[in-house]
Design a protein around this ligand. Sequence first.
Ligand code: ZN
Length: 162
Amino acid sequence: MALVCDTGMWDRETPAINHPIRLLQLLVDVGGVTDPLVLAAAALHDVLEDCEVGFPELEAQFGTEVAGVVFELSDPPHLDKMAMRAWAVETAPRLSLPARLVKLADKTVNLNDLIDWPPAGWSDVRKASYFDWSAEVIARIRGTHDALELAFDAAYSRRPIP
Ligand code: ZN
């Protein structure tokens, strides 16, 4: 599978592969997660959104289960930012357990990255808005995994106060 991806993370310099690696570290080291389905989905969670890969190709390469979890974690195309955020909050309770674990790790890594490697041009207001939306999504899937939720809460405690 040729992976043609968005070129990098928010700062546009860190290679995009660092992001899924950080999710895997969190899931394994903090979460004690060993389920290969969760770890494969974490590694691949952004490819439908950010890469020139479609569901059939992902399914052919990694199987229906992994592709299904990645699909759960992918924003529907053609929604604007506000609609996408509302959709994520609304649909979070319907996520499968593997998808919830990846979602917890993704939001935690994203919040920490926003503080540690802030993207150029993001004001504190914009960062705080991302923090608040992330907390809304995670609030809908509380009770999934204690250690990962604590890690999310620690990340959220770094929210900028505009
Ligand atoms: Zn992600």
